[in-house]
Each structure stands twice: as structure tokens, then as C-alpha cells.
Design a protein around this ligand. Structure first.
Ligand code: NAD
Length: 498
């Protein structure tokens, strides 16, 4: 797949129109493989946020969307999914150019993203209330589920289209309208997606995009009185800040935050499979995933054997141009993140961990001048070290020994995160027990890094609030209203609770 050329200037999408930001200012977005800018993104501010929220509010209250039959709403979502499918090559290429993920992975993701729109499109006309068998005489009581309102959807740089989809699909199926803010590092693919919003025929203002910096646009959006709900994916500190903003005006809130997920390798595991699973957990997407299995806890009796096999496989990982189908490990997406990963490697050395693979920037010709770091493995790590507790969000694995199952579960849970965990065992009792003992929103046994539109995803503890995907996700975009209708002849004693 080829890079996009020539240099592009993007516009924002508000109320169904492409427009310049009020500031008329733009900033550059970089190709992480080349470490060079390839497009300019509008730098929005409060004025653009005001315009986008007004457009979303008008669409929410306008007859075209508010009175659209849910079956038709669902069909629109399915049509949008079909258009994404038809444009998957182009969208994948833009995503790769902007965030450096492998084209092979992005093309697969773009082939799968339409399923979210089809699944939630199918749910749109199955949002049913209930008639309650109420314990009062002469009363007919029922519930309705109504759209929560205008949603601010904020996404990070590591999977812009997938994470926007996880919010857009249930929000639109529920009848909400959306103002989407992608990361300042990777806004291009979300803006490109808006061409398909137009083509699908969504009423103007149902989906809007503003771009720019978290402290400018993000803050303006999350404090805006016209926003009813915030759906955020990103880092812990931003999540905490946004949670406080939401609390000020009681906005509904879902947070998908970070992780320090453990993979547990028990002595009865199929070691070859475990090695592949741990490699995929930490080196796929260059470790830049919230579910990165960045700690592997290995039973003492198989530690050395596991490590030998692991290093043998990990050291063959081919780094290079993410557009190239042969590449297995691409660049770090942003320069600040590149610096952060290097500083975590220094921190691990300082703490006394021993680096047995990688540990340095990769600068070979195949690395194109971009932000590459070698797949890195530390041993002699104790679970209390910062390298075992803090999210690196890069290709850095900590290997930790355990002596028995109790110690493994205790260490796996001994972090303030709780996003995901992996178990490698051939004993089904251990698999069931582990799934119960691990405090994490997703537990994978003898597999890792599987997600689906049907499967709820989210975190325990500091890893977030709420779930995305799966049927229950739609209720995060709905308010429940209870309607009481009396058919009694007389209103009883007005001074007594009925
Ligand atoms: P980030 O928190 O820096 O930014 C995420 C988004 O929030 C960006 O759009 C940013 O502009 C915006 N933002 C930043 N500060 C803001 C503020 N004060 N108000 C409003 N918006 C603000 O995160 P990142 O560096 O882009 O992404 C990496 C993080 O995302 C990692 O911690 C990772 O674990 C997490 N993540 C979580 C999941 C999940 O599903 N749990 C998925 C992917 C990434």
C-alpha cells in the first residue's frame, strides 16, 4: 500500500458542512514511520465547540432525526457500515500513515468495524420498555428508553477509527447525536470517515467532528453545558480530569482508560502457544494498546524454558514500514510517546531490572527515520517496581516469577488497573478459577487480544467506568423514563404518598 500524497489540509465537519476552524489556525500531523508531517489539522477552540454542540442539539431536537423510525435509523447505520467496508483500503492507509499501525492489522480492523454498525443498527428497533405489573390499583405504568442527548466522544491516538466506532455505533442506535474529538496526533482518519457520514445520508448535525488539543477543545467540550454525556477513551490523568468536569454538571460518563495487564503462564501451559500469545499481547501494535499484556507472570519451574522460547520468537520480529505486508513491528505513534517509552526503559534499568532483549531505539534503514524502539524484555522484575506498575504503552515486557497459583493471582491483581488478563493453562479447573480470581474486565484463556462487537469491553478499578460493545453498551446512551397513568375515578388523599 502506498503513502498518501501530496500534503493535505483538512477541514472540520459541523452541521453537515466542511468548514475552517474559527481561529483559522492549523497544526501538522506526522507520519510516524518517516517522522515527517504529511497533513494539516484544524486547531479548534471554544467557538467551534459551541457551533458543533449547537448543531448536534438542533439535530437531536429536529424532526428528521428525533422522529426517524428506529428501523430506518438502524438501516442508516448498516448503510454506513457498508460504506466503510467499501472504503476500507483507503481508510486503513490513512490510519497507517497517521498512526503507524501495521497496514495488515488496520485492513483487518477496517473489515471488522462495519460489524459494529450492523450489530447496533440491528439493535436500534429493539430498544423495548416494559409494562410493569405495578402494585397500585387503577394504574398503568410503563418504561421508555430515550436517547441520553448530545454525546461528546473523545478518542486517543492508538486506534482512532475502532474506538470512535465503539462510541458512535451505540450512540446513534440509541438516537443520540455526537460531537467527536479525535486525538490531536491522529485526526485524519476520523475526518475522512465524515465523507461517508455524508454519503450514508445522516441528517446534518447528527455527527460532528472538532479537532485540536485536549486542553483547548477537549476541555471546552467536557465542560460544555450542551453536552449530556461524555464517552472517553484515553489516559488515566485525562480521565480523572474529565470525570471532574462531568461531575460539575452531572454529565453521564463512560471512561475507557489504561492498563497494566498480566498474562499468567502456568506450568501445565502449552508453552509454544503461550509464547505466541505473550508476543501478541506486548509486541502487536508495538505495545501501544490499552490491553497490552505488559507483565508476564511465569511459574518458576518453567521460567527459563519459557524465556528461551520467548526471546527466540521475539527477536525475529521484523521492524519496518507499517505499509509493508512483511512488517511485524511498526513505529511508536508520537514523538512524546517515543520519549516516554525510552524513559520507562531507563527507569527499569535504574530499578535493577535486567534487559535481555532490545532496550534501545531502532535506527536501521528499514526504520525510515521514524520513532522506532526495539522489542524489549526485562527479567528479574519484582511486581512492586514501577516498570511493573506503570503503563508504558510501548513494546516493553516485564517478566516476573511466581511460585504458586495464589501468588500469581495476588500479583496479577496487585496494580491499580484492571483492564485485562491472560491465562495459559491446559487445566480447565485452573482456567475457570483464574477467570474468577482475576480482577479485570476481560480475561482471555489460551488466547489474547480478542475483541468483538458482541462482547462487553471495559475496565475494573482505575481502568475505567462502564462498558463498550455488547448489547448492554446501548443502555449507556439511554435514559430510562417511567410513565405512570392512572385510570382511577378519583385522586386519593393528596397528603399521602401513593
Ligand atoms: P490522552 O488521555 O492523552 O488523550 C486521549 C484524548 O483525550 C485525546 O483526544 C486528547 O486530546 C483528549 N484530552 C486530553 N486531555 C484532555 C482534557 N483535559 N479534556 C478533554 N480531553 C482531553 O491519551 P492518549 O495518549 O491519546 O492515549 C493513550 C491512553 O489511552 C493510554 O493510557 C491507553 O491505555 C488509553 N487507551 C485506553 C483504551 C481502553 O479501551 N481502555 C483504548 C485505547 C487507549
Amino acid at each position: 500500500m502506498n503513502r498518501i500524497a501530496p500534503f493535505r489540509d483538512y477541514q472540520i465537519f459541523i452541521g453537515g458542512r466542511w468548514c475552517q476552524p474559527a481561529s483559522r489556525e492549523y497544526f501538522e500531523t506526522f507520519d510516524p514511520f518517516l517522522g515527517k508531517p504529511w497533513a494539516r489539522i484544524p486547531r479548534c477552540d471554544q467557538r467551534d465547540v459551541d457551533a458543533a454542540v449547537s448543531a448536534a442539539r438542533a439535530a437531536l431536537e429536529g424532526a428528521e432525526w428525533a422522529c426517524m423510525h428506529p428501523t430506518r435509523r438502524g438501516q442508516l447505520l448498516c448503510r454506513f457500515g457498508d460504506l466503510i467496508q467499501q472504503n476500507a483500503d483507503r481508510l486503513a492507509a490513512i490510519e497507517v500513515q497517521d498512526n503507524g499501525k501495521l497496514y495488515a492489522e488496520m485492513r483487518t480492523q477496517l473489515g471488522y468495524i462495519p460489524e459494529w454498525f450492523r450489530y447496533f443498527g440491528g439493535l436500534a428497533d429493539k430498544i423495548e420498555g416494559a409494562v410493569l405489573p405495578i402494585d397500585k390499583p387503577d394504574m398503568f405504568t410503563y418504561t421508555r428508553h430515550e436517547p441520553v442527548g448530545v454525546v461528546a466522544a473523545i478518542t486517543p491516538w492508538n486506534s482512532p477509527l475502532m474506538l470512535a466506532t465503539w462510541k458512535l455505533a451505540p450512540a446513534l442506535a440509541a438516537g443520540c447525536t455526537v460531537v467527536l474529538k479525535p486525538s490531536e496526533f491522529t485526526s485524519a482518519s476520523t475526518l475522512e470517515l465524515m465523507r461517508l457520514v455524508e454519503e450514508a445520508g445522516f441528517p446534518a448535525g447528527v455527527i460532528n467532528v472538532v479537532t485540536g488539543f485536549g486542553t483547548e477543545v477537549g476541555d471546552a467540550l467536557t465542560t460544555h453545558p450542551g453536552i449530556d454525556k461524555i464517552a472517553f477513551t484515553g489516559g488515566e490523568n485525562s480521565g480523572r480530569h474529565i470525570g471532574r468536569n462531568a461531575a460539575d454538571s452531572f454529565k453521564r460518563l463512560t471512561l475507557e482508560l489504561g492498563g497494566k495487564s498480566a498474562q499468567l503462564v502456568f506450568p501445565d501451559a502449552d508453552l509454544d502457544n503461550a509464547v505466541k500469545g505473550v508476543v501478541s499481547g506486548i509486541f502487536a501494535a508495538t505495545g501501544q494498546t490499552c490491553i497490552a499484556g505488559s507483565r508476564v507472570l511465569v511459574h518458576d519451574s518453567i521460567h527459563d524454558q519459557f524465556l528461551e522460547k520467548f526471546i527466540a520468537l521475539a527477536s525475529t520480529a521484523r521492524m519496518g514500514d507499517p505499509m509493508n505486508s512483511e512488517t511485524q513491528v511498526g513505529p511508536i505513534t508520537t514523538q512524546p510517546q517515543y520519549q516516554r517509552v525510552l524513559s520507562c526503559i531507563t527507569m527499569a534499568h535504574d530499578e535493577g531490572a535486567e534487559c535481555v532483549l532490545g532496550g534501545k531505539p531502532a535506527t536501521g534503514e528499514e526504520c525510515g527515520g521514524g520513532w522506532f524502539i526495539e522489542p524489549t524484555v526485562f527479567v528479574n522484575v519484582s511486581n512492586s517496581m514501577r516498570i511493573a506498575q506503570e503503563e508504558v504503552f510501548g513494546p516493553v515486557l516485564s517478566v516476573i516469577r511466581f511460585q504458586d497459583d495464589e501468588e500469581a493471582y495476588a500479583m496479577a491483581n496487585d496494580t491499580h488497573y484492571g483492564l485485562a488478563a491472560g491465562i495459559w493453562t491446559s487445566d480447565h479447573r485452573r482456567a475457570f478459577n483464574g477467570a474468577w480470581r482475576l480482577r479485570a474486565g476481560s480475561v482471555w484463556t489460551n488466547t489474547y487480544r480478542a475483541v468483538s462487537y458482541m462482547a462487553p469491553f471495559g475496565g475494573f478499578k482505575y481502568s475505567g467506568i462502564g462498558r463498550e460493545s455488547g448489547q448492554e453498551a446501548i443502555y449507556d446512551y439511554l435514559e430510562t423514563k417511567c410513565v405512570w397513568m392512572s385510570y382511577g375515578q378519583n385522586v386519593p388523599n393528596p397528603f399521602v404518598l401513593r
